[in-house]
Ligand binder design. Structure first.
Ligand SMILES: Cc1cc2nc3c(=O)[nH]c(=O)nc-3n(C[C@H](O)[C@H](O)[C@H](O)COP(=O)(O)O)c2cc1C
Length: 163
């Protein structure tokens, strides 16, 4: 746990389908020495104790989980607090990740947050009929995905050091 008051990091995480996004959050947490909390277990006011906040979940119907969006909606206004967004989902392209993140990004920026970076990777998906066929993206996130998440977090750390 990072006790430096100047660089406290919190990850708000909702991950239920196969705990795919939790694997990503764990790697990011290790690099940034961040606490991980479920959106239902933190009050909007409690986020003021942190300097950098990551918001992440699986993508469900082209959005972050409603509990993450709901918490974001209830956040008080801030002035330029740094945040980042992460997710796992069945289908990944740069533009799809950008659009899947749009609702959360819009809420956070409307609250005065600055989104410093975003991360998305594939996650195992057995939603609906897919389970009949053994699901898609079996084994994802894989070692390469976790390495990419680690690099993402190292980059965030460097950016934080520069600011
Ligand atoms: C109810 C449901 C809806 C989903 N909707 C989408 C979707 O719209 N787009 C997509 O790419 N993946 C979708 N997925 C796949 C998940 O985003 C993917 O499996 C993700 O890694 C789950 O994360 P989690 O294990 O952290 O909950 C959906 C999965 C479920 C269970």
């Amino acid at each position: 746990m990072n006790t430096e008051a100047s660089n406290r990091v919190l990850l708000v995480l909702y991950s239920y389908h196969h705990r795919n996004t939790e694997k990503i959050a764990q790697v990011i947490s290790d690099v940034l020495d961040a606490q991980i909390v479920a959106p239902g277990n933190v009050g909007p006011g409690e986020l003021s104790a942190y300097d950098l906040i990551g918001f992440g979940s699986g993508i469900y119907s082209a959005n972050h989980h409603e509990s993450v969006l709901n918490l974001a909606q209830r956040l008080p206004l801030v002035k330029g607090k740094r945040a980042f967004i992460f997710s796992t989902s069945a289908i990944i392209t740069t533009s799809k990740v950008a659009s899947d993140h749009a609702a959360l990004r819009d809420i956070l920026t409307s609250k005065g947050y600055v989104i410093v970076d975003e991360f998305g990777c594939k996650g195992f998906n057995t939603n609906s009929f897919l389970k009949v066929f053994g699901g898609m993206n079996k084994g994802r996130p894989n070692a390469e995905d976790l390495n990419n998440a680690r690099a993402f977090a190292v980059n965030l750390k460097q950016k934080a050091g520069d600011s």
